[in-house]
Design a protein around this ligand. Structure first.
Ligand code: PNW
Length: 483
């Protein structure tokens, strides 16, 4: 029976790509096959995700002070069209309607992030009651709608005060303050929230914030300082893990939402699979590997040489604290082949004809949803993996009939879900999937020019319009299957 199911999955996966399967006489009838098409277990968690600065707006309401993103977005030339998150999609005021919209979608969970500068407007010290009260209201509304809240504590909106006062992520002070803030939020929300993510995507606010300068605070520091920033970030994660568990009013589950380099073997043969496994560990050495092993790999430290960060053995113990689950933000593949050199692997660059979505960096490689969970289990023995983000930008247009027919996003989602199903059906520990994003929002340096939502937002009127992909996701959730 199991074998038959798997055969169905394979055949259907090929069908999803528009290939002819050449199924032999032993194959089931087409009707039976469609009934079986990539069905997920009932326990599989279907969700959607957003982040505070991208959706909330209300940038100076109820005591919130600026984050580094408020500052950065105001600097000329940083964000497309000079857009800012001042209003975003106004979820701060419209959350009751947005929760209803999630309910109609059928998602079981919502991954949102808490804005540090709402809760501690100066980064530390005085807590802002009105700030935390917003998240209490949001969580209550979610629970009333039967939706499980999953809270991320840091999705890049560092209080500007900490950048000014402590040098932001250049300083261990910031890591320490993050732990305190995380403990405070856990104390206040843990009676109603049982899943916390510490930090979202290390590289985007460390390497891009302090190295390439393409994200807030927009600095271009030398490698040695960037490496120290990276260390402060993973240290902050570790401190938060401990602080959340210590402060929670009942047992909660703690994890991370990271976007590692997702290593996909160029073909599924042993030498290339082994190479991809080695690459996965080494190419993620400063972040995911450090967090899951509590150490930096020798090869990584050697490569950094005199630019390696300063750290203590105590730091590494903190960084490697036990996690209850690991969240993977999955967008693009990195293809790996076996190589005769000392590392045993080589990264294969994307040829210029390699397909991507509306964002130039978003290469299409659905196998990431299979290899992510499998690598985590095979390399680090992780037993609970969630896809904490997956989705794509598309050039969405309102058709004359008022609908948005985002067939390219549906293609992206369908093929990724097929691979997620493959992971689950082979027994890799994938337990949930959060679609990025619930609705169009402030897409960082791209402002509002790149749309990732399954709900289309008219940024003038704040009207939310379900795209074809919203209908698709609703059906997939309803049937717990790829549709
Ligand atoms: C994620 N890359 O960022 C973030 O968590 C979201 O806030 C963001 O809106 C979403 O993905 C879409 O961009 C990423 O270059 C940005 O590989 C860039 C990359 C990956 C993730």
């Amino acid at each position: 029976m199991r074998t038959t199911r798997r055969t169905f999955a394979t055949l259907s996966g090929a069908a999803a790509l528009g290939l002819t399967t050449g199924a032999g006489p032993a194959a089931a009838s087409p009707a039976a096959r469609s009934k079986e098409y990539c069905r997920f277990p009932d326990s599989f968690l279907w969700g959607s995700a957003t982040a505070s600065y991208q959706v909330e707006g209300a940038a100076s309401e109820d005591g919130r002070k600026p984050s580094v993103w408020d500052t950065y977005a105001r600097q000329p030339g940083r964000v497309a069209m000079g857009h800012t998150g001042d209003v975003a999609v106004d979820q701060y005021h419209r959350y009751p309607q947005d929760v209803q919209l999630m309910k109609s979608l059928g998602v079981k969970t919502y991954r949102f992030s808490v804005a540090w500068p709402r809760v501690f407007p100066d980064g530390s010290g005085h807590a802002n009651e009105k700030g935390i009260a917003y998240y209490e209201r949001l969580v209550d509304a979610l629970l009333a709608a039967g939706i499980e809240p999953y809270a991320t504590l840091f999705h890049w909106d560092l209080p500007q005060a900490l950048e000014d006062r402590a040098g932001g992520w250049r300083s261990r002070e910031t890591s320490k303050y993050f732990g305190e803030y995380a403990g405070f939020v856990a104390r206040r929300l843990s009676d109603r929230v049982s899943h916390f993510f510490t930090i979202n995507e290390f590289s985007c606010f460390t390497d891009e914030g302090y190295g390439s300068g393409t994200k807030a605070p927009g600095l271009k520091l030398p490698a040695r300082q960037v490496n120290q920033v990276r260390h402060c970030a993973v240290l902050a994660h570790g401190l938060a893990v401990g602080a959340i568990r210590a402060a929670a009013r009942r047992p909660v589950l703690v994890g991370i939402a990271e976007n590692p380099t997702l290593c996909v073997p160029v073909m599924e043969t042993e030498p290339h699979i082994a190479a991809a496994r080695r690459a996965m560990r080494e190419l993620n050495a400063p972040f995911l590997t450090a967090v899951l092993e509590g150490r930096y790999t020798g090869a990584d430290l050697e490569a950094a040489g005199k630019d390696a960060p300063e750290f203590t053995p105590e730091d590494m113990k903190t960084i490697g604290g036990r996690l209850d689950f690991v969240g993977l933000n999955c967008y693009s593949p990195t293809h790996i082949r076996a190589d005769a050199g000392p590392s045993g692997f080589a990264v294969v660059p994307h040829p210029s004809s390699y397909p991507h979505m509306a964002s130039g960096w978003l290469y299409f490689g659905p196998e990431i949803l299979y290899w992510g969970p499998r690598h985590l289990k095979e390399i680090w023995g992780v037993s609970n993996v969630m896809i904490t983000e997956n989705g794509c930008s598309a050039d969405d247009q309102l058709a004359p009939d008022g609908h948005v027919y985002d067939t390219d996003r549906v293609m992206y989602l369908r093929n990724h879900l097929v691979q997620a199903h493959r992971a689950v059906s082979e027994g890799w520990p994938l337990t949930g999937y959060f679609l990025w994003s619930l609705m169009d929002n402030f897409e960082w340096g791209d402002g509002y020019t790149k749309r990732f939502g399954i709900y289309y937002v008219n940024f003038e009127t704040q009207e939310r319009i379900p795209k074809l992909s919203a209908e698709y996701y609703r059906e997939a959730i309803r049937r717990r299957a790829v549709v």
